[in-house]
Design a protein around this ligand. Structure first.
Ligand SMILES: Cc1ncc(COP(=O)(O)O)c(C=O)c1O
Length: 410
């Protein structure tokens, strides 16, 4: 079937949750995807921050083939050789003590929210059943299941499904006064992304993050860092929060962990982890042997000398090139980001830019309607950045700034 036929079939048989780009992916290699008829696309989307080692990485493929011939799944009722070493590695890298493996970011956020409630029941100055609130940030994104969705800011995602899980309150991003005012003995946790991804690649200010940590400590609440998009090497550090010297109680990672297979982890401090006991939480697929083995390989590659330094270097080059475009074209409002989590905010809708870039052979993403977001494989080089800039220049040159619009909460 060709792309048109597949699109036609999907239109009839899929629940319509996605508006796909006109690209049928056939194979991938390195930083490139190949569509029908062999057309090549430079990938600055990276499977939404998942394909950090690009496509068909030889060491990942070798581990995958070997494990596929050995064992795929065993359940969490018995041991396999890879889960504990992976937990050991992730806890060493994060400075936390224990891990629980889930399949998706959202599932791990749900688990972290449950963990916060379980911990609050054991350590609470108020009636145990009254300490369950979670403070999340405006512009946050934590996932689509009912719990994670309750902590996700855009109204358009939340409202159709109300009533959601009670007890989540939103704090204005970077407003330390509002954060302080929102803190009551009922707060069990603060849940935040150090760099808000879906929110437009917006870094939270250091003073706000530090205040959140201090308030959590003072009240015995947990600081939960959602590192699903910004973590695991994306910023050129294993964890984005380490830039600010934060010591979260719980960290959630997912996207690139198993090189494209679904795997997520909740990492927690010892005392917090002890709030779960056998039977209180679980999952069928999380932490299977195939995923864990690939994740061990992914982290081994990330730990090699020079790997994360490369992310920082090429990221700095990337932002400098985009700044060049900003000084050339007034339609570019701002360039932001850290490492290879980069955004270009436009004074015009970004959807058309995404389509035109695709036509020209580059895959990019748009979030918040006017923010081009770049989450390329961490193995890109400056020549790939140059290729993107060559494609973007004529598109931006032809783009007309729209009259300013202020979004409250879409
Ligand atoms: C910061 C953040 N949290 C949670 C999620 C949800 O993760 P998943 O789609 O793997 O369930 C995402 C996905 O984009 C994310 O970016």
């Amino acid at each position: 079937m060709n792309r048109e036929q597949i699109a036609e079939l999907e239109k009839r048989v899929l629940i319509p949750t996605y508006d796909r780009l006109p690209l049928l992916a056939v194979r991938g290699e390195g930083c490139y995807l190949y569509g029908e008829n062999g057309k090549k696309y430079l990938d600055f989307l990276g499977g939404l921050a998942v394909n950090s080692l690009g496509y068909a990485h030889p060491e990942i493929m070798a581990a995958l083939r070997d494990q596929a011939e050995t064992i795929l799944h065993v359940s969490n009722l018995i041991y396999h050789p890879y889960q504990a070493p992976l937990a050991e590695k992730l806890t060493r890298l994060s400075g936390l003590d224990r891990a629980f493996f889930a399949s998706t970011g959202t599932e791990a956020i749900e688990g972290a929210m449950k963990l916060a409630r379980a911990y609050a029941r054991l350590h609470t100055p108020v009636e145990p059943s009254e300490r369950y609130e979670i403070l999340a940030l405006e512009n946050s994104f934590h996932g689509r299941t009912l719990g994670a969705l309750s902590a996700t800011w855009p109204k358009k995602y939340r409202e159709p499904f109300q009533p959601l899980v009670p007890g989540v309150r939103f704090v204005r991003r970077n407003d330390t006064v509002h954060l302080r005012e929102s803190f009551t003995p009922r707060v069990a946790a603060v849940l935040l992304e150090v760099i808000q991804g879906e929110g437009g690649v917006v870094e939270i200010r250091e003073d706000f993050l530090k205040a959140a940590q201090e308030l959590c400590h003072a009240h015995g609440a947990l600081l939960i860092c959602d590192e699903i998009q910004c973590g695991l090497g994306r910023t050129g550090r294993f964890f984005a929060y380490s830039k600010f010297g934060l010591k979260p109680d719980v960290v959630v990672v997912a996207k690139p962990l198993a090189a494209g297979l679904p795997l997520a982890a909740i990492l927690a401090r010892e005392e917090v982890a002890q709030a779960f006991s056998p039977g209180l939480h679980g999952t069928t697929f999380g932490g299977g042997p195939l995923q864990c083995r690939l994740a061990l390989k992914v982290l081994e590659i990330f730990e090699r000398p020079g790997f994360l330094a490369h992310v920082r270097e090429v990221g700095a080059y990337f932002r400098a090139q985009l700044e060049g475009l900003r000084s050339e074209f007034p339609v570019v409002r701002e360039v932001r980001g850290d490492g290879l989590m980069v955004a270009m905010e436009l004074a015009a809708p970004g959807k058309g830019v995404v389509r035109q870039a695709l036509e020209a052979g580059v895959l990019v993403n748009c979030t918040q309607e006017n923010v081009l977001r770049f989450l390329p494989p961490l193995i890109i080089e400056s020549r790939h950045v140059d290729e993107l800039v060559r494609v973007l220049r004529p598109i931006l040159a032809a783009l007309v700034p729209a009259t300013a619009t202020k979004r409250e909460n879409p």
